[in-house]
Ligand binder design. Sequence first.
Ligand SMILES: *[C@@H]1O[C@H](CO)[C@@H](O)[C@H](O)[C@H]1NC(C)=O
Ligand SMILES: *[C@@H]1O[C@H](CO)[C@@H](O)[C@H](O)[C@H]1NC(C)=O
Ligand SMILES: *[C@@H]1O[C@H](CO)[C@@H](O)[C@H](O)[C@H]1NC(C)=O
Ligand SMILES: *[C@@H]1O[C@H](CO)[C@@H](O)[C@H](O)[C@H]1NC(C)=O
Length: 225
Amino acid sequence: MSLSYPLLLCLAVASAFDMSPSHNWTKIILTHHWPSTFCSMESCHHPNVSYWTLHGLWPDNGNMCNRSWIFNSTEIEDLLPDMEKSWPDLLKPASSGFWKYEWSKHGTCAARSPTLNSQHKYFSKALELYHKVDLDSVLRKFDIIPSEKFYKFSQIEGVIESFYGVKPKIQCVHPSENAGTQILGQIEICFNADFSLLDCEHEFFSTVGSGFSVCEHDVPVYYPF
Ligand SMILES: *[C@@H]1O[C@H](CO)[C@@H](O)[C@H](O)[C@H]1NC(C)=O
Ligand SMILES: *[C@@H]1O[C@H](CO)[C@@H](O)[C@H](O)[C@H]1NC(C)=O
Ligand SMILES: *[C@@H]1O[C@H](CO)[C@@H](O)[C@H](O)[C@H]1NC(C)=O
Ligand SMILES: *[C@@H]1O[C@H](CO)[C@@H](O)[C@H](O)[C@H]1NC(C)=O
C-alpha cells in the first residue's frame, strides 16, 4: 500500500502532464458536504445549515501550487453574499479562513488553467457549478431527505447517477468498525477541464484524516437531520 500509492500518483501526474501542456490537471472535483455530519465530528459554530454546502473545487493534480498567491477577499467582493450562503465556514462563520485555505491548497493549482487563473474566476466557477448541479434540490426531488430511517446506499447513488448521468463519489463517516451503519457526509461531482460532467474515480482525494471515506455498498446509510 505505502509503495503503490506514490507510484500511482506519479503515473497519474505523468499522464496528465502529457495530455495537457497548458495546465496539468484534467479533472476537477466539486465537493459538497452535509453540515450536520461534518458538525458531528467538528465543533461548529454555525447555526444549523440544513442544505448541502460547498466544501471545495479540487483539481485532480497539485496541492499548494503557489504559496505567494495569497487569498484576497476584496477580489471576490461581489461573490461574498453567495459565498456565505453556499460555501459557509461551518467552524468560524465570520471568518474567511476556509476560503483562504481552499484557495491556497486547491485554487492556486486550479489557476494553472487559463479558465481559472484568478481568484474571481476560481470562486465564481465553483459557485456556478454548485448552482448548476443543485445537488440539494435533486436529492429532495427524488425523496432523498434527512430521515430517521436508513437508506440503501444504492438508492442514493442511483438517484445521483441517473439524474446526472455520471458516477459521483459518495463518502460517509463510519462511527466505528462494524457499526452496522454509516453516516452520509460528502458528495463529489466531477468535471473535465471544459467543465462537462465526468465520472468520478474513487482513488482521487481520499480525505484521509478528515473522517470521511467512501461509503460501503452494503451498509445502511443514515442521513441525519
Ligand atoms: C504543472 O505545471 C506547472 C506549470 O504549468 C509546473 O510548474 C509544474 O511543475 C507541473 N507539475 C507537474 C507535477 O508536472
Ligand atoms: C437548530 O437546531 C435546533 C435543534 O434541531 C433547533 O431547535 C433550532 O431552531 C435550530 N436553529 C436554527 C437557527 O435553525
Ligand atoms: C504565484 O503568484 C504570484 C502572485 O499572484 C505571481 O506573481 C506569480 O507569477 C505566481 N507564480 C507562478 C509560478 O505562477
Ligand atoms: C486585494 O485586492 C484588491 C483588488 O484587486 C487590491 O486593490 C488590493 O491591493 C489587494 N490586497 C492585497 C493585500 O494584495
